[in-house]
Design a protein around this ligand. Structure first.
Ligand SMILES: NC(=O)c1ccc[n+]([C@@H]2O[C@H](COP(=O)([O-])OP(=O)(O)OC[C@H]3O[C@@H](n4cnc5c(N)ncnc54)[C@H](O)[C@@H]3O)[C@@H](O)[C@H]2O)c1
Length: 379
């Protein structure tokens, strides 16, 4: 980004629920300057801009016409992520998109191809994988603390987001469900540790075909559930490693962030991949030596070292990577691979067959422990 002004200009499209967390963080990073908030609901865009001291708001077209904006943060709904990304790319700007990158593999490919042709970048949530909790665990694994990672078990179960989201329909329709809504956090973490997925088998089901909005001005509105609200996956990686993963909006018993990886020499319990912080617990086979009877070793705590600011870290990492001429970590290619895995799981659940995944992604280096979002690094 040698030709752009510093700090890097950021625009945000989609002033809904999650925009508050993004704006709360993006407006504190000295390398970035948030200049515009857009939404099809102009009043919502205006209110969010005012709340966070952003100087301008309006339509997507007005945002894209602003020459001072280099990176556009797409926080619209999954069904329109690809079309909004394509408009951002057509305006010659870099993209940070919320997950999933698209709802079909073809749309994800169109976005990546358009970006490559235009010479701009596409990076995609989750950026929780850049947070202190997961990065500290990744560094411990990269140092060989559990030997070679071989298997993983992860699950996230809760009653469903209609309890707290004022417009939750999209989370129960194509592009949603716990598989596409929560899956990206857990699957991106798995791919970060194990590399590319080659095969998926899955089952999926819908326990309650109708749900009711439970909060906000539309509370009491019922809507149809059109995608599975419970998905269970068996995943095989190119390395021969494997994982099992369960994503559910059906359980009265909440289980957030159950994530364990077993290696040839030890096991590690990671913090919730939907969060930026949290320590890990490390168990080694070595520590069992000499113990008898019911005695168990005490796990070692792996402290979370690094930034845990929250959503928006990936936008900053993208800006700094562009300036440094190095690849961004939360790349569009990684997100497209994770989408392929999720769509393979959906197909497997429908057909009963194991489904191959053909895309591959390169390994991603952990962030340096001293990576500091609140430091000005761009001249
Ligand atoms: N809500 C959360 O806790 C959360 C957490 C992490 C990620 N996300 C992701 O963030 C995205 C947005 O979620 P949300 O909960 O903020 O949704 P939301 O429904 O609260 O907000 C979406 C906003 O996008 C606007 N919008 C829709 N289509 C548009 C278009 N074509 N052009 C411009 N604006 C448009 C809507 O008017 C709305 O204001 C989703 O991809 C979701 O998966 C949400």
């Amino acid at each position: 980004m040698s030709d752009v002004k510093r700090p890097v200009g950021v625009g945000l499209i989609g002033a809904g629920v999650i925009s508050a967390q993004y704006l709360g963080n993006l407006t504190t990073f000295p390398d970035l300057e948030v200049r515009f908030v857009a939404d099809i609901d102009l009043e919502r865009a205006r209110a969010r801009a005012q709340e966070f001291g952003v100087p301008a708001s309006g339509t997507t077209e007005e945002l894209l016409a602003d020459d001072g904006i280099d990176i556009v943060v797409n926080l619209t709904l999954p069904s329109v992520h690809a079309e909004v990304d394509l408009a951002i790319i057509a305006a010659g700007k870099h993209v940070w998109s919320e997950k999933p990158i698209a709802t079909t593999a073809e749309d994800a490919r169109r976005v990546l191809d358009a970006a490559a042709a235009a010479g701009v970048r596409v990076a995609v949530a989750p950026d929780t994988v850049l947070g202190a909790g997961l990065q500290s665990a990744f560094r411990a694994i990269a140092e060989g603390r559990i030997g070679v990672p071989r298997t993983a078990t992860t699950m996230v179960l809760n009653p469903g987001p209609e309890r707290w989201h004022p417009a939750p329909e999209f989370l129960f329709q194509a592009g949603g469900g716990p598989l596409l809504d929560l899956g990206p956090y857990y699957l991106t973490t798995l791919v970060s540790v194990f590399g590319s997925v080659v095969r998926v088998a899955a089952v999926g089901s819908i326990a309650r075909p109708q749900r009711t909005v439970e909060s906000g001005p539309r509370a009491g509105t019922t809507f149809e559930v059109t995608v599975p609200t419970h998905s269970a996956l068996l995943i095989e990686f190119e390395s021969g490693a494997s994982a099992q993963a369960t994503f559910s909006f059906e359980s009265a018993l909440p289980r957030a962030g159950f994530f364990e990886i077993t290696g040839t020499d030890g096991a590690i319990v990671l913090p919730d991949p939907n969060m930026f912080d949290g320590e890990s617990a490390l168990w080694t086979l070595e520590s069992w030596k000499g113990l008898t009877g019911p005695a168990r070793p005490t796990p070692e705590v792996v402290a979370a070292v690094g930034p845990s600011n929250g959503r928006g870290l990936g936008v900053l990492e993208l800006a700094r990577s562009i300036a440094a001429g190095v690849p961004e970590r939360a790349s569009g290619a990684l997100a497209a691979h994770v989408l392929d895995v999720m769509l393979a799981a959906a197909t497997s659940a429908e057909t009963g067959a194991t489904v191959e995944v053909s895309s591959r992604v390169p390994a991603v280096e952990p962030l340096p422990a001293d990576w500091n979002p609140t430091e000005r690094t761009l001249p």
